[in-house]
Design a protein. Structure first.
Length: 453
C-alpha cells in the first residue's frame, strides 16, 4: 500500500530551537516537581532523606543536585505497595491502563497510566512511528508480542492508530506462519517487530507462503525491543532480505513506549518526547552531566514531565549511547543517538569490560560465514568471571554442522583479536534465536546441551 503523500507533524516541539525547547522544559520541570511534592510519598521521603528541597530546583542545571532514582528502588517500591508501588502518584480510580515490563524475580514491574498519561504515550509513540516512516492509512503488520502487557503490544497499536494507520495485530505470539500469511494477503507497507524475529520470518517466508520476503511488498521495517537494529550487518541483512528500509526505535516501560526513533537520514534515533520526558546525558563513571554534542558518549538519565500515575525523577536507565547528530530531517532539533550497551548487560571477563553489543558487532560483520545472530551465555553468577566468554553463534543459512569446528575457530580468533578475551564458541542452527523461547534458553542455560536439533 502506498504511503499518503501529505506531510504531517505531531508536534511543533520537535522543530523548536534547542535553547527554546530547553526553556520550555524548565517550565514543565518545575510543574512536575511541584506535582511530586504534592502527590508522591515516595519522592517526598527520598528528597527529605537527601536534604533536597525540590522547590529550589528551578533550572536544568539545578537537577544535578537531585539524587538519581535507580531501578532497584522502583522494584522495592513495587514490592512494598503492590500493584503500582509507593511511587504511584495518582489515585487508583484515575488509572485507566497498566503496562508491565519483564521482572527479574518472576513478577513483572507494573506501570500505571491515567487518561492523560495514556494520551501522552500514544502521542509520543505516534511521533516515533511517524519518524520511522509510518503514514496515515498505511497497513502495519504487528510482529511485536501482543501479550503480557508488553509495551510493544497495545501501546504500539495505540501509536499506529493515533497516526491514522491501520494495525494488523497478530503479534509474534500469533505465530510466524500467521504473520507471513497476513503479509501475503494484506501486503502491508510496514512491519514492526524485533530485528532477529524479522530476519527469521524472512528466512522461512518462501517455505510458508511460496514467496520470498522481498516479494511481499513491505517498504518499511521498524525494529526495536532488543539490540541489533543499529548494527550495520544486521540492518543490511534485513534490508536485503525484505527489500525494505529499516529504521530503529527505542523506549521503555518506566517512561513510555517509544521516545527515540530513526528518520530517513538513518543517522540514529532522534528524541521525539522533549515535552513529556527530560533526558540528560551523564558520564557513567563520574556521573557528571555531559553536553549534548555530536560524538559525546554517556548514559541516559530520564525525568518525567507532565506525568501523573508513575512519574520518575532522574532515573538512571543504564543505556550507554553515542550522540550521532544534533537535529535532522524535517527541521528536528533534538539529538540522535545509537545505543551500544547497558550497564546491567556489561560483563567483566578476566578483567576486561565486555558489552554484548560489541560481540554482536564482531560476529555480525562475519556474515555470510555465519548467520549473524549471537548470544552471550552468562553461565556464572553476577557479571564477573575468570572463565572464557561463551558464545552461541548462528550458522549461515543452509549451512550444516560439518563446518562448525572451523567456523567456531574463526569466530574465536576474531573475538580474541578485537576484545582481548578468549571465547568458547558453540554453533547453533540458523533461526535458533528467533524460534519461540530460544532467547530465554540461550540466556539461562548453565551447561551446553545439544541445541542443534
Amino acid at each position: 500500500m502506498s504511503a499518503n503523500p501529505e506531510t504531517i507533524s505531531f508536534s511543533a516541539i520537535e522543530t523548536q530551537p534547542w535553547d527554546v525547547l530547553q526553556r520550555g522544559q524548565e517550565v514543565l520541570l518545575r510543574q512536575q516537581l511541584k506535582y511530586l511534592v504534592d502527590h508522591s510519598d515516595f519522592y517526598q521521603a527520598k528528597m527529605q532523606a537527601a536534604g533536597v528541597d525540590l522547590a529550589s530546583v528551578l533550572t536544568l542545571a539545578d537537577l544535578a543536585r537531585v539524587p538519581f532514582t535507580y531501578k532497584q528502588e522502583l522494584r522495592e517500591s513495587l514490592a512494598a505497595a503492590p500493584l503500582l508501588g509507593l511511587h504511584r502518584a495518582a489515585p487508583m480510580f484515575e488509572i485507566v491502563q497498566i503496562q508491565a515490563s519483564s521482572g527479574t524475580t518472576g513478577s513483572p514491574a507494573y506501570v500505571g497510566l491515567t487518561r492523560s498519561d495514556r494520551a501522552a504515550w500514544s502521542e509520543v509513540t505516534a511521533r516515533g512511528l511517524f519518524a520511522c516512516g509510518v503514514r496515515p492509512h498505511d497497513l502495519v503488520l504487528h510482529a511485536f508480542s501482543m501479550s503480557k502487557g508488553f509495551v510493544g503490544g497495545i501501546p504500539i497499536y495505540q501509536g499506529v492508530t493515533q497516526i491514522g494507520a491501520i494495525d494488523i495485530p497478530i503479534g509474534a505470539d500469533g505465530g510466524a506462519d500467521r504473520l507471513l500469511i497476513a503479509a501475503r494477503d494484506a501486503r502491508p507497507r510496514c512491519i514492526v517487530g524485533t530485528p532477529n524475529f524479522l530476519l527469521y520470518l524472512a528466512g522461512i517466508a518462501k517455505d510458508v507462503v511460496g514467496l520470498t520476503a522481498s516479494e511481499l511488498g513491505v517498504e518499511r521495517l521498524i525494529v526495536g525491543g532488543e539490540p541489533g537494529g543499529g548494527n550495520p550487518a544486521i540492518r543490511a541483512a534485513l534490508e536485503e532480505a525484505w527489500g525494505a528500509t529499516c529504521c530503529e526505535l527505542m523506549g521503555g516501560t518506566d517512561l513510555g513506549c517509544v521516545y527515540w526513533a530513526e528518520s530517513d537520514d538513518q543517522k540514529g534515533m532522534y528524541f521525539v518526547a522533549p515535552d513529556h520526558i527530560l533526558v540528560e546525558l551523564v558520564d557513567p563513571e563520574s556521573l557528571a552531566p555531559l553536553s549534548w554534542t555530536e560524538g559525546a558518549t554517556g548514559e541516559l538519565v530520564y525525568t518525567s514531565l507532565q506525568r501523573q500515575a508513575s512519574p520518575v525523577l532522574r532515573f538512571r536507565s543504564g543505556d550507554h549511547v553515542t550522540v550521532t547528530a544534533m537535529g535532522g530531517p524535517g527541521g528536528r532539533t533534538t539529538p540522535a543517538i545509537r545505543c551500544f550497551g547497558r550497564t546491567d548487560d556489561m560483563l567483566i571477563v578476566r578483567g576486561v569490560n565486555i558489552f554484548p553489543s560489541a560481540v554482536q558487532d564482531i560476529v555480525s560483520a562475519m556474515a555470510p560465514l555465519v548467520g549473524g545472530a549471537v548470544r552471550v551465555l552468562a553461565d556464572f553468577e553476577g557479571h564477573t568471571t575468570q572463565g572464557n566468554l561463551k558464545l552461541l553463534v548462528e550458522r549461515a543459512l543452509g549451512q550444516g554442522a560439518e563446518a562448525d569446528a572451523q567456523t567456531a575457530r574463526q569466530v574465536e580468533m576474531r573475538v580474541r583479536n578485537a576484545l582481548s578475551v578468549k571465547a568458547e564458541v558453540h554453533m547453533v542452527r540458523h533461526g535458533f534465536f528467533a524460534a519461540p523461547g530460544a532467547q530465554k534458553v540461550a540466556l539461562t542455560l548453565r551447561q551446553m546441551p545439544d541445541i542443534n536439533g
